[in-house]
Ligand binder design. Structure first.
Ligand code: TRP
Length: 330
């Protein structure tokens, strides 16, 4: 199918982390869906990148299929926007290798995102491939000549490295690549149920596929204003996690909830039920839309195969230009 003619090309990517949670939705997916009518979108599944922190590949495919089921359920339209796995398109590894010659190890060691990860995961030593994480990411973006990369704050240093690699390649071999821009998602990270960043590894998520009973049960355990112990105590919405969710998912009721909380009339239990209901109202359509894919993963596989066929055409073309610019081959 014809891609819509647009403002430019977006390359968005995510590691295959399995079922999507509200943080993924607010921080990325919702934005991708909005952008797909204005731009030409390529949605990459960074399954090679997943190896940088986990060498166990036994769940990689299952996690990929679960993740893509959610992408489709929220409205990513694969007839506009190819969805594909990095590992299925061999040009990623070729361009990665060429780019690895154009950047110093010192530059990669200065990458703040890597430093943070090493600290968070308590890693003593990292692999050669992990150091090159942003080099592979640059190949992901530039193979498709992406102009725009929608990312969170932590990925900005990687887009910066992509820009440097594009400029460096163009300066040495001639103009092949655009210099892409990061597009920051405007909603700040959504906190998880414990107040930390919402993340699968921290076990503090609400999944898009959770049913209303599950959402309600999860919300029940969410932290609130520690000074509000029982109904009647005046609360402080500005320090309450549940209030953050109310603002994001239940905007019309916020003024009344805020008054009720401050005055003590509204108790946390009731507030949480209302919040859970609002969240479920929003995600219920996604849960239902993912059902056919969850029941029949072969459908998701078909979407991937078709996306990979289309992505490969573009990647092959770019690599032909790269080889010609570098006078590799004859
Ligand atoms: N590094 C990104 C993340 O962890 C995932 C990713 C891989 C990516 N390749 C990409 C994002 C290309 C944007 C573009 O979130």
């Amino acid at each position: 199918m014809e891609l819509r003619k647009t403002k430019g090309r977006i390359l968005s990517g995510m590691r295959p982390t399995g079922k999507m949670h509200l943080g993924n939705f607010v921080g990325a997916l919702e934005n991708w869906v909005k952008l797909q009518t204005e731009y030409e979108n390529y949605h990459l599944i960074a399954d090679y990148h997943a190896l940088t922190t986990n060498l166990d590949t036994s769940e990689l495919l299952a996690n990929t299929l679960e993740m893509v089921a959610d992408w489709l359920a929220v409205g990513i339209d694969p007839s506009h926007s190819p969805i594909f796995r990095q590992s299925q398109i061999k040009e990623h590894t070729e361009l990665h290798l060429i780019f690895s010659m154009l950047i110093t190890t010192a530059r990669l060691e200065r990458n703040p995102t890597l430093k943070e990860q090493v600290r968070d995961l308590n890693m003593e030593n990292i692999t050669y491939g992990h150091l090159g994480y942003p080099v592979l990411q640059a190949a992901d973006i530039l193979l498709y000549k992406g102009n725009i990369v929608p990312v969170g704050e932590d990925q900005v240093p990687h887009v910066e490295i992509t820009r440097e690699l594009a400029r460096k390649f163009n300066a040495i071999y001639g103009e092949v690549f655009p210099v892409p821009e990061a597009k920051l998602t405007n909603f700040a990270r959504l906190p998880g149920l414990d107040g930390n960043k919402m993340s699968k590894s921290l076990g503090n998520t609400i999944l898009l596929s959770d049913d209303p009973t599950e959402v309600d049960a999860k919300l029940r355990k969410a932290i609130t204003d520690p000074a509000k112990i029982r109904r009647g105590d005046p609360g402080h919405p500005e320090v309450c996690l549940v209030f953050t969710y109310q603002q994001r998912f239940n905007a019309t009721q916020v003024p009344e909830i805020e008054m009720g909380c401050r005055s003590g009339q509204l108790g946390c239990v009731e507030c949480k039920h209302r919040c859970a209901a609002a969240i479920s109202r929003q995600i219920e359509p996604y849960r239902l839309a993912r059902e056919p894919y969850a029941q029949n993963p072969a459908l998701v596989m078909e979407v991937l195969k078709e996306g990979e066929r289309r992505a490969h055409e573009v990647a092959e073309q770019t690599m032909a230009e790269v080889r010609e610019a570098m006078q590799l081959g004859g």
